[in-house]
Design a protein around this ligand. Structure first.
Ligand code: SF4
Ligand code: SF4
Length: 437
């Protein structure tokens, strides 16, 4: 058999063969639901992988767009009755596409910009004063109203459309390296700050630290930590992902923590995959798996320990909250009960469930910048389903989802607030009452 994949970790034929082509996964696949073509479904992509591996097709300009159109949401992994490991298949295929299919100029430019900017918080932070001026001066509104970016580059327009509000808090990390537990120290935990999270959602990191310390955790935040590698890993940028993963592992070496806590779903999934990302690295292989074994989503961790804090109502009235399942928590880490259990502990809360809770919102890392049309359709569907629950608050456990949902709520009448679940817990612990719009 002559394969048309290169020799570096191609998708395994055994995994490809585990698909029995039943098609159960099609209806839960967001790219298939929007694009409607077999080749943009999990089954279609597995057919393509099979054909390429058997030398019947090549990685080329006809086949690679079908791999690019996959959001990597992993809904198909949850749905598949045959246990097909599509996550492993697509993770092996993406680097093959990156190595073997040259991208056109506009694709190269936008990807170069993204991969050289987003995984480096210090570079991103250097841009913040200009972005602040752009927003405060009113230029942003003029640009948005004119829709000029849509004409020049829909991808640049998509990037601009999710730009969060730059605040003075974005300009510096305020959290110290060691934060003592309140009362008796029950655990010593590390906290990962993320890239987008630390710059644009520093309030989520601060809330995470307050909730942890209030519940007896000493928190360690190594200053040398960088990006978790989720962004390049999801896009098949193997070498960059491995470098960032090694840096993260080194940052937490000798911290002697019981767990490493992350509050962003996409980052958490990648951090738990370090064993695979560095499996070919003899120096880091074992360290990577040990690191991954310590990683816990903050909600996963909090629901595994006994909360010692009192919780108070967030409003004088009954508050309706809808929890938004982030794909990399629900499908990637199988975490769905824990966030709901935690939210239900807050007095005066009614938890609502949306239609199609397991369907991706279209954010998918940088998918909403690279494939804006499909992402917009999914974003609209998600927001409609969340609003239809009648909730006052959307609790979103991932910064990418929060940005995507906020973008699509922009023109809605009386949109619900979008808040990370850990912020709600923090408010409840501190007795803060929410002011609803
Ligand atoms: S991936 Fe699973 S659900 Fe989808 S066609 Fe193959 S066997 Fe069926
Ligand atoms: S990962 Fe998501 S988008 Fe990709 S094939 Fe599976 S269900 Fe479809």
């Amino acid at each position: 058999m002559t394969t048309n994949f290169d020799t570096k970790n191609p998708p395994k034929q055994k995994l490809i063969d585990s698909c029995v082509h039943c098609g159960f996964c099609l209806s839960t696949c967001p790219s298939y639901r929007v694009i409607g073509k077999e080749m943009d479904s999990p089954r279609g992509r597995i057919y393509l992988m099979d054909a390429i591996n058997k030398g019947e097709a090549t990685i080329d300009e006809a086949t690679s767009p079908h791999f690019d159109s996959c959001l990597g949401c992993l809904a198909c992994v949850t749905t598949c009755p045959s246990g097909v490991q599509y996550d492993k298949l697509i993770a092996a295929t993406r680097p093959q596409v990156e190595r073997n299919q040259p991208r056109n100029l506009s694709d190269r430019l936008i990807r170069t910009l993204i991969f050289n900017l987003f995984p480096y918080p210090n570079r991103l932070r250097a841009l913040l004063p200009s972005l602040w001026l752009y927003q405060k001066s009113g230029i942003q509104q003029v640009i948005r109203n004119s829709k000029i970016l849509d004409k020049v580059s829909p991808r640049l327009a998509a990037m601009e459309s999710i730009l969060p509000q730059v605040t003075p808090e974005s300009l510096q990390d305020k959290l110290p390296t060691i934060i003592p537990a309140q009362g008796e120290t029950r655990y010593r935990v590390g906290v990962i700050l993320g890239c987008v999270q630390r710059l644009f959602f520093s309030s989520v990191n601060e809330a995470t630290v307050r909730v942890l310390t209030a519940n007896g955790c000493e928190v360690i935040i190594p200053k040398s930590q960088g990006c978790c590698a989720a962004l390049p890993a999801h896009q098949g940028q193997e070498i960059q992902a491995q470098q960032l993963a090694r840096q993260m592992i080194d940052s937490f070496a000798d911290t002697n923590v019981d767990a490493i806590i992350i509050n962003a779903a996409g980052c958490g999934h990648t951090l738990k995959e370090y064993g695979h990302i560095l499996e070919d690295d003899p120096e880091y292989r074992t360290k990577a798996q040990e690191f991954a074994d310590q990683v816990k989503d903050v909600q996963e961790f909090l629901s595994s320990i006994k909360l010692t804090t009192e919780l108070s109502p967030l409003s004088d009235q009954e508050l309706k909250i809808v929890y938004q399942d982030a794909c990399h928590l629900l499908h990637g880490q199988k975490i769905s009960l824990q966030p709901r259990q935690l939210l239900r502990k807050i007095p005066g809360i009614t938890l609502k469930e949306p239609i199609d809770a397991a369907l991706c919102c279209g954010s998918a890392g940088i998918y909403n910048m690279l494939q804006p049309e499909v992402a917009n359709e999914l974003g609209q569907q998600k927001v409609t389903n969340l609003i239809n629950t009648g909730a006052d608050i959307i609790a979103s456990p991932n910064p990418g989802c929060a940005l995507q949902i906020t973008k699509h709520l922009r023109f809605k009448d009386k949109p619900p607030m979008v808040i990370h679940p850990v912020e709600l817990l923090d408010y409840s612990i501190r007795g803060v009452k929410l002011k609803l719009p």
